[in-house]
Design a protein around this ligand. Structure first.
Ligand SMILES: C[C@@](CO)(OP(=O)(O)O)[C@H](O)COP(=O)(O)OP(=O)(O)OC[C@H]1O[C@@H](n2ccc(N)nc2=O)[C@H](O)[C@@H]1O
Ligand SMILES: Nc1ncnc2c1ncn2[C@@H]1O[C@H](COP(=O)(O)OP(=O)(O)O)[C@@H](O)[C@H]1O
Length: 284
């Protein structure tokens, strides 16, 4: 087999608590990751000459900085394969929005090339390689909704309700590093348990600062929160409102102004990448 097309889904941070800060500046978190059935599509074709080409360059981002290419390079050097690849990314996920598109692209490329190059690395090894690219890559590699601790890399799979969401990307770009450096960020939240989250919910500690720094986020937050309980994902800028069923989500979606970048999606405990990989394995 020489070519594969695989999805690279979005994630939500259903809540995000910051418990402290490590000496290296990274923050200790507690968060709950769930996937959405909303995804980029990535097509990978094997090359014999070892070259790694991105056929769909992103405006303003050098190909060598694209996480899809970085993931391919890491796998290439970890396995010493002589093979290369052409990679095309059909982008659907808002970039820099806290839905993890770049990390998800990296995880999908790791899985796709591991199949095409027949390098046979375990999920654990792929997650270890992915962590070098970003704190969120391992959860996409494993593909199970997860309770996360540490800097987001200590994962415990969980089974959660799978509600419907309206996801909105306010028209602004937020730097993750900038939010984590903010002097007013809450860094001393008490740890909680999954059971406590399921009973009472929990906040996103970045939300107050992001809403204050970015009026556009605050405006969209108020609009969505009138329709259903709303949260920031990650460090933003995307906001999500939760609905128990598809009909109520659709009704609310119709009330949104036309100029908003909004998506209707379902929460998934198994990433659609992994559903796809499983159905491939079953059909072989
Ligand atoms: C906090 C989360 C929640 O999902 O935010 P989003 O990026 O999704 O919004 C992620 O873990 C982010 O992961 P990712 O975007 O991969 O972050 P990285 O590239 O590893 O780090 C970007 C910058 O954020 C800060 N950072 C990141 C993670 C962390 N636990 N503590 C930090 O202080 C560091 O300053 C780092 O330089
Ligand atoms: N394949 C990729 N898709 C999206 N962003 C990428 C990719 N490769 C590198 N990036 C960079 O990573 C940044 C964060 O992207 P993304 O993962 O979409 O956001 P977030 O971490 O906020 O969820 C982008 O602004 C972009 O500069």
């Amino acid at each position: 087999m020489q070519q594969l097309t695989l999805p690279a889904p979005a994630k939500l941070n259903l809540f995000l608590h910051i418990l402290g800060r490590r000496v290296d500046g990274y923050h200790q978190l507690q968060t709950l990751f769930q996937f959405l059935d909303l995804a980029d599509d990535i097509t990978i074709t094997v090359r014999d000459d070892g070259k790694l080409n991105l056929l769909t360059p992103f405006a303003g981002l050098a190909d060598c900085d694209n996480l899809a290419i970085k993931a391919a390079k890491i796998l290439q050097s970890a396995t010493s394969t002589s093979l290369g690849a052409d990679i095309s990314i059909h982008k659907c996920l808002p970039m820099g929005g806290g839905v993890g598109g770049g990390s998800s692209n990296a995880a999908t490329v790791l899985h796709g090339l591991n199949i095409l190059w027949q390098t046979h690395l375990s999920n654990e090894k792929l997650a270890e390689l992915g962590l070098q690219l970003g704190a969120d890559v391992p959860v996409f590699v494993h593909g199970q909704a997860a309770w996360a601790e540490g800097v987001g890399e200590q994962l415990t799979p969980v089974v959660l309700p799978e509600p419907w969401f309206i996801l909105v990307k306010p028209n602004c770009h937020i730097s993750t590093a900038e939010i984590f450096q903010h002097p007013d960020l809450t860094r001393d939240s008490d740890p909680i348990t999954v059971a406590a989250y399921l009973q009472r919910g929990a906040r996103n500690d970045c939300e107050a600062i992001v809403r204050k720094r970015y009026p556009e986020v605050d405006k969209v937050f108020k609009l969505l929160n009138n329709l259903a309980p709303t949260r920031l994902t990650g460090t933003g800028a995307c906001l999500f409102a939760e609905f128990a069923d598809k009909n109520s989500a659709e009704r609310a979606f119709k009330q949104l102004p036309d100029d908003l970048q909004a998506f209707l999606a379902r929460g998934c405990n198994q990433s659609i990448l992994h559903k796809h990989l499983q159905s491939r394995t079953n059909s072989i």
